[in-house]
Design a protein around this ligand. Structure first.
Ligand code: FES
Length: 118
């Protein structure tokens, strides 16, 4: 991953601070955005709170055994690794990279660039 493409935001001092069980979904605020975080098979994943289909709060959904977040409103499933739907439904969930460092857990927001439309 090219770390220079992201603004990294520290969300807590350590993994234990998030107090999440495996497959649990927590919520953090970063620069006014509500972001969901989850731990799946020992890795951290992050995605927006708002479902790309119709805006339901994904923190009220759940993570299934294959690593999909299931939306609580209409049951659409989004892969937490790449945001793709379990079937071709035309919506994609944004995902954010995560890093666990000695100084804490970080979530990356892509830097905006005047070349980002390229
Ligand atoms: S609002 Fe999430 S699937 Fe419809």
């Amino acid at each position: 991953m090219n770390n220079r493409k992201y603004h990294w935001h520290k969300v807590c001092e350590s993994e234990n601070d998030l107090k999440l069980e495996e497959n649990g979904i927590g919520v953090v605020e970063i620069n006014g955005k509500t972001v969901c975080v989850t731990r799946f098979k020992g890795e951290w994943y992050a995605f927006p709170q708002s479902c790309p289909h119709a805006g339901a709060p994904l923190s009220l959904g759940c993570i299934d055994a294959k690593g999909y977040v299931i939306c609580p409103h209409h049951g659409y499933k989004f892969n937490i690794r790449n945001g793709k739907m379990a079937f071709d439904g035309g919506c994609i969930l944004k995902t954010y990279p995560t890093e666990v460092r000695a100084e804490g857990v970080f979530i990356g927001f892509k830097k905006e660039s005047f070349l980002s439309w390229l």
